[in-house]
Design a protein around this ligand. Structure first.
Ligand code: PRX
Length: 585
């Protein structure tokens, strides 16, 4: 049956779908999964490796000469790699890691800009049985240290500039065995510090023919991404190789990716969209992927779409709002008719953006919803069904979603409540690394609790209402207030800090902090600027507060918890709600 038919015929109110955790034995029940499974090339001993599925499978199937990756450097460089070359580079890097003594499930952090070597390294590590932990290259030393320490990082792959940025914290990671430096095109002089290893030298000394893929089982760990919660430092979300099934199928069915397409995903691999849909989904579907090292720019993005005849473009609402602001005149200068599908994720996509896209790109923008924890798209606006502008679409076949009340019972009408998913899909997170209680707390009465509030209409479309917690979504990136507060109170002037998301017309929310000062410090404009600078250096410009207000006293509960909810209500001039637990001033 065609996927279009399946979507049309699926009864979305049926919550008795088989549990996909057991999907291998059950997949006969799913016509639509059968297709996906038959495309996968299970290893001879029954194992599954997502890098093998992304790269080697295509070479084996005779597509080795097809272009896997077109890299566009920030200085105007262009490099192309076929699937065979991709296999060669990733095999070599796999061998490098094995020679260095990497063991199955060792965590390898990748902290670099979007260079081809990032992707060769990622695929090589996965083929050699390691776990990749990519980090956003804009992060400052603090977030890098927290994450590497928490994970017990064994290796780090980075570039000379970023290595220097975080040098002081690296000695604090006792588990770290080697640092591998990628000095792309010798951009930096004297690239190596201490015992650093040089990527090109290591690659020169190995032969791709000697590499033998380490057989991973579908249950072995593959990728770890850190995500923020309301409390505590970010948690490591651990995924397994089996996620590849869902990433491939959703790439194909929700994003329309298929062999030969030219695909442009604007997300960075430091965030989950950049791995699930910036690596695994596109390459398992055999596309040619454009990797652009530069950041947002309306004209550069349109130029790329025009010049490379991009078919499929996956981006985020903040970027779309920036493109809208750049204006219709800019769009009209480019021929964007190669586009056949535009997708969006990460934040609510306002209905005006869908309409604007339709007018300017002659295509609607398809919103879909998922999370780091879900590993792949859970619900989407498909090409085969009507888009409801402003809605996140309908669940993917085999996925059951629900709206729950505060007792975690399902709400059948259109009232909004807790957005939940029935556990057991292939790309479901395996764990929050070393945080079992936190992980278990996300499962209630047979549902996975997403942390979002939403509603479902009578046609089964889901509508995002907001976050159920204090996590801030700024330009599609989740920021945990605790991480920002912790950085601020390290400044000698700051006594207490409370951090909230302040609504913003472009970025959805910006990070705003409130601080009280230690005695002997004055509330000056200079100090405010100094604190913003301090937080930026420690965290990154995107995570640091954009605004800081001074307070005489911080609203706290009697047990000493900062009342972010109250800070936000006061900021927005909204009713303060229940303040019975507020500590007396
Ligand atoms: O709050 C939802 C929002 O982003 C969260 C997931 O963020 P993260 O784990 O970083 O994964 C980002 C890549 C998908 C969700 O809990 N979110 C995601 N997609 C949408 C969304 N909010 C509204 N509409 C969406 N389509």
């Amino acid at each position: 049956m065609q996927f279009d038919e399946i979507i049309k015929n699926t009864n979305y109110s049926d919550s008795n779908k088989p549990n996909l955790l057991d999907y291998q034995s059950k997949y006969d029940d799913f016509d639509w999964y059968k297709d996906g499974f038959s495309k996968l090339d299970w290893l001879p001993d029954g194992g599954l490796n997502n890098a093998y599925e992304c790269v080697d499978r295509h070479v084996k199937n005779g597509f080795g000469d097809k272009t896997a990756l077109i890299w566009l450097g920030k200085n105007g460089e262009e490099e192309r790699y076929t699937y065979s070359e991709f296999k060669d580079h990733s095999d070599k890097f796999g061998q490098v890691m094995l020679d260095l003594g990497m063991k199955k499930s060792d965590k390898v952090f990748i902290f670099m800009d979007r260079l081809p070597e990032l992707y060769f390294a990622a695929m090589g590590i996965l083929k050699a049985g390691g776990v990749i932990a990519p980090l956003f290259s804009a992060f400052g030393p603090d977030p890098v240290k927290d994450r590497m320490l928490d994970a017990g990082a064994a290796y780090l792959v980075t570039s000379p500039d970023l290595r220097k940025k975080i040098s002081p914290i690296l000695k604090d990671i006792p588990t770290l065995k080697n640092i591998i430096i990628v000095n792309k095109d010798n951009r930096f002089e004297n690239p190596l510090l201490d015992d650093d290893l040089d990527y090109s030298e290591l690659m020169k000394n190995v032969n791709s023919d000697t590499f033998k893929l380490v057989s991973t089982s579908q249950y072995d760990f593959s990728i770890m991404h850190y995500t923020s919660g309301s409390t505590g430092k970010p948690k490591g979300v651990l995924h397994r190789h089996q996620a590849v099934v869902q990433q491939m199928l959703t790439g194909n069915w929700a994003l329309e990716l298929s062999h030969g397409d030219i695909y442009f995903c604007t997300a960075d691999p430091g965030w989950v969209t950049g791995t699930s849909y910036g690596m695994i989904a596109p390459w398992t579907n055999g596309v040619t992927q454009i990797i652009y090292e530069g950041g947002f720019s309306a004209s550069s993005w349109y130029d790329i779409i025009q010049k490379y005849n991009v078919d499929i473009w996956y981006t985020a609402p903040t970027a779309i709002r920036l493109l809208m602001r750049a204006g219709e005149d800019v769009v009209s200068k480019y021929d964007l008719t190669s586009l056949k599908f535009i997708g969006s994720v990460g934040e609510p996509l306002n209905p005006e953006a869908v309409v604007w896209g339709e007018r300017n790109y002659k295509l609607p923008i398809h919103d879909n919803w998922w999370q780091t924890e879900t590993g792949a798209i859970m619900c989407a606006n498909y090409t085969s069904t009507n888009i409801k502008p402003g809605s996140m679409g309908r669940p993917f076949p085999g996925i059951t979603m629900g709206i729950l009340n505060d007792e975690f019972d399902e709400i059948k009408d259109e009232t909004s409540g807790i957005l939940a998913v029935r556990p057991g899909w292939p790309s479901q997170m395996f764990a929050y690394w070393k945080q079992d209680d936190m992980h278990n707390s996300r499962f209630k009465k047979g549902w996975y609790i997403t942390g979002d509030q939403a509603s479902r209409d009578k046609d089964g479309y889901y509508w995002f209402q907001g976050r159920a917690d204090d996590v801030i979504n700024t330009a599609g990136h989740l920021v945990g207030p605790f991480e920002v507060e912790s950085a601020l109170i390290e400044h000698p002037a700051v006594a207490e800090a409370g951090v909230i998301g302040k609504p913003d017309p472009i970025a959805m929310e910006i990070v705003k902090a409130f601080v009280t000062l230690n005695t002997n410090y004055e509330q000056t404009e200079e100090l405010r600027r100094e604190l913003i600078r301090f937080a930026r250096e420690k965290l990154s410009a995107g995570v640091a507060p954009r605004e800081i207000d001074f307070l005489e006293t911080m609203p706290k509960t009697r047990s000493g918890k900062i009342m972010r909810r109250l800070l936000k209500a006061r900021e927005l001039g909204e009713p303060e709600g229940d303040i019975s637990t507020l500590e007396d001033d």
